[in-house]
Structures are given as structure tokens and as C-alpha cells.
Design a protein around this ligand. Structure first.
Ligand code: GLY
Length: 435
């Protein structure tokens, strides 16, 4: 079997490793020379992953039996549409279905129209004046969200990224001046966030274990939002700080969203990922993404017994698949360039791969370029290091001395998976629910 994979980050390295379990020939397109993907691909094309013509020309050349797409950019640009129109099987949503992610207004309107639970009070604006007049009238804390793709970095939350209405308005003004043409103002919700991912074909939906992504650049959740600095997953056991029943309710919300899409003649195919907030009133939808999360995909694909290829093939044939997962807890920490989130300063890294392996750590290459015995960082995330254990304590212990195995300048959040941080999350949720 021949498989084409598009994307060159840590998520795509994890997807490639999962696909490879079935022993197919892997072809890949990535914007960077990711050494992890490069070494297991039969051929790797370095090119613009968002360019539909690049994808089509390569697919016509290598004739894949199935195509997987990691990032949102190629979904938004219509890669699925053009490949499908030329007869290729693509386990990813069309650009129309991907509107769940590419337009936050589309998602909010769909949930409102279909009466789907878990929506957040949200209003969209196309100019500064309308938005700032609205802010003057509201009496709650709010979140500013560009309507389109922002790579996880455009959302601004009152209390974290700005203090008051005036500061919020300054951000809005800047966003409109930068050419963002639609912005949502949403009521701020409180609680713990969790990610629920699934594989979908029409009304057929198969869920993956829940994960928590650590979005903020700094330890103790300080600093700017990022694409995700790391994530924890408790496999088949749900996250300890997410109340019982919330995962099922979140699953029902996702199921209703994809079913509403089918009802509207907009069948959803491929991975989907709901980012939820566990609030006092139940799970609320922060956003829906039309792909696997990065790093969330790394946590779950590493625990999934089935390969991503098997999932894609069976689901595209309209068949069901029962997924199961190794009962391990895992913790992923991303190494990023110094200053990542604000002003990244890439440098070069040398990695002792064998040393990491000997410590029981798995390495996932992300947005780096292979240069001989080094990898060159870009402005984005560099390496994902995954550790697992029967307990969370065991999982994080393996990170000890890990830093001796990576030479060069980088930053990594050391609190990701820290049991004392998780205990604080448990306490916070218990207090919130009692109020
Ligand atoms: N982990 C955040 C994202 O994939 O969007």
C-alpha cells in the first residue's frame, strides 16, 4: 500500500510512525526536512504544504492509495477537495467541512441553529467601532478571538492577556489594523480545559482518550498562548480533574456537530478535535479543530493499538473500528526555541537519540531541519519528548537528566505532568464545582 502524508511537525511524525505499523510505503510532503519523517519515508518532498498544486502534482506522481493531512493550512486551502476531485482517497475533511475550524462564527452559528449544548455566548464583528461599542455594554469578562486560523496564538483572554476593557479594545484595534476582518467577542468561561479527539466518517465517530494541552508558553500557565507546549493523557482513564460524565457529554456534543454537518449535506470525514472547558455547568466548546491536535495526537497515537492507516482505510470504507489503547499515562514535553511565543531565537541542537531511548523516552521531531548531526530549529516547536508510566509520577521521573542528552539552546516547560500541578487542578475543579 502507498500512503501520502502532508505536514512536517511533531504530530505528523507521530502520524507517520503510526501509519508505518502496517508496513506501507510512505511518501510525504513537508515544509521542512523533519529527520523523523524523512528517514521513514520512501520519498519526502520538501515544499509548501498548503499549496494544493504541489500536493496534486506529487499525488499524481506517487499514486497513493490513501492520503492523510496533519495541519489545518492544507485543509483550509482545499487540498482535500482537489485530491478527491482527482480520485484520491483522503482521510481528512473538505475545505467546506473544515469551516468548523477555519471560521469560528460558522461553528457558533451551527451550534446555535441546531440547539447543540455547550455553546458559549459569542458575537462577531467586522469593524472596530461595532466591537468596542459592544464591549462598553457588557458586564462580564471576555475573550477576543479572530474568526480564522491563528495557529493557537491569536486568542486573548481577559485576566490573562489583558486586564480591562480598555486594554481589550487596544488589542481589537490592533487586530483590525493588521487586516483581520472578523473578530469574535466571547464570554469568558472558567474551568479546566481538555481535548477530545475522534475519527469520523459521516455519522460514524470513534473517540480517542482525553488529553490536556498546556497552551501557555511559561511554567504555571504564564506568558503568551502557543500552539501547545506539551500534553498529558491518562489513556482509558479520564483526566482526574474532569468531572465524571463530562467526557460523555463532550462526546455527545461532537457527535451532534458532525451529524448536523451531515444533515446540511456537508459530511465530515477524518480526524476532529474538540477543545472543551469543564465548567460548573458542564463541558463548553472553546473551539473545534478539523484535524488531530498537536501535541495531543502524539499522546494518543502512541497509546493506540491500531494503526492510523487501519483506522483511515476502514473508516473510508464505511466500516466501524473498535479502538483500544495501552493502559499507560503519558506526558509530552515540547522543546522550543528560546523566546518561543513572543520572539523565538532559533539555534542548533545535537540530540543523543540512543540515550533518550535508553531512558525510555520517545523522540518526535517537529519544525526542525536536519543538517548533518544537528537539527536547526525554526521559529516553531522543535522536539517532542514523550514519557510514559503506570502512574504519572513514573511518567515524569524519566525526564530527569533528559536535558544532558540534548546539546544546544532551547526552552521546555518542566511543570508539564508534574503531579503537584495536577493536584492543584483537582483542587481548583473541586472548589469550582462546590461554589
Ligand atoms: N494543541 C493545540 C492545537 O493543536 O491546536
Amino acid at each position: 500500500m502507498r500512503v501520502l502524508l502532508i505536514g512536517g511537525g511533531g504530530r505528523e511524525h507521530a502520524m507517520a510512525l503510526s501509519i508505518l505499523k502496517e508496513g506501507p510505503e510512505l511518501f510525504s510532503i513537508s515544509p521542512n526536512k523533519n529527520p523523523g519523517i524523512f528517514r521513514i519515508s520512501k520519498r519526502n518532498l520538501i515544499g509548501n504544504e498548503n499549496d494544493t498544486q504541489v500536493a496534486l502534482n506529487y499525488a499524481l506522481k506517487v499514486r497513493p492509495d490513501i492520503v492523510f493531512i496533519g495541519p489545518e493550512g492544507p485543509l483550509a486551502s482545499g487540498t482535500t477537495d482537489i485530491l478527491t476531485a482527482h480520485g484520491f482517497k483522503v482521510f481528512a475533511p473538505s475545505s467546506k467541512a473544515a469551516k468548523l475550524e477555519t471560521s469560528k462564527t460558522f461553528l457558533r452559528n451551527l451550534m446555535n441553529e441546531k440547539g447543540i449544548a455547550g455553546n458559549i455566548e459569542s458575537f462577531s464583528f467586522i469593524d472596530y467601532r461595532g466591537a468596542s461599542e459592544f464591549i462598553d455594554k457588557i458586564d462580564y469578562e471576555f475573550v477576543i478571538k479572530p474568526d480564522g486560523l491563528t495557529g493557537g496564538k491569536g486568542v486573548m483572554v481577559q485576566g490573562f492577556h489583558f486586564k480591562n476593557k480598555e486594554e481589550g479594545k487596544n488589542i481589537l484595534r490592533r487586530y483590525f489594523e493588521q487586516g483581520i476582518n472578523k473578530i469574535l467577542i466571547e464570554r469568558k468561561e472558567s474551568g479546566e480545559e481538555f481535548s477530545l479527539q475522534a475519527f469520523v466518517n459521516g455519522n460514524n465517530i470513534e473517540f480517542l482518550p482525553t488529553v490536556q494541552d498546556y497552551k501557555r508558553a511559561g511554567e504555571h500557565d504564564e506568558g503568551p498562548n502557543t500552539g501547545g507546549m506539551g500534553a498529558i493523557c491518562f489513556s482509558t482513564r479520564q483526566l482526574p480533574f474532569v468531572p465524571e460524565g463530562y467526557i460523555k457529554s463532550a462526546g455527545d456534543i461532537l457527535r451532534k456537530i458532525v451529524s448536523a454537518m451531515s444533515d446540511d449535506g456537508n459530511d465530515y470525514v477524518g480526524p476532529i478535535y474538540g477543545q472543551f472547558m469543564a465548567t460548573r455547568e458542564g463541558p463548553k466548546v472553546i473551539e473545534i479543530n478539523s484535524r488531530l491536535g498537536d501535541p495531543e495526537a502524539i499522546n494518543v497515537l502512541s497509546l493506540m493499538n491500531q494503526s492510523l492507516l487501519e483506522v483511515g482505510v476502514l473508516m473510508m470504507e464505511g466500516k466501524g473500528i473498535k479502538l483500544d489503547f495501552r493502559p499507560r499515562i503519558n506526558v509530552l514535553r515540547y522543546l522550543v526555541p528560546i523566546g518561543y511565543g513572543d520572539n523565538p531565537r532559533p539555534s542548533k541542537l545535537a540530540i543523543d537519540e540512543i540515550g533518550l531511548l535508553m531512558k525510555g523516552l520517545k523522540l518526535f521531531y517537529a519544525s526542525v531541519n536536519s543538517r548533518g548531526r544537528y537539527v536547526m530549529q525554526t521559529r516553531s516547536r522543535s522536539l517532542g519528548i514523550l514519557s510514559e508510566g503506570i502512574t504519572i509520577e513514573e511518567a515524569v521521573q524519566n525526564f530527569r537528566d533528559m536535558e544532558d542528552m540534548i546539546e544546544g539552546e532551547y526552552y521546555m516547560r518542566r511543570d508539564i505532568g508534574d503531579p503537584s500541578v495536577i493536584a492543584k487542578k483537582n483542587e481548583y475543579m473541586a472548589t469550582l464545582l462546590k461554589k
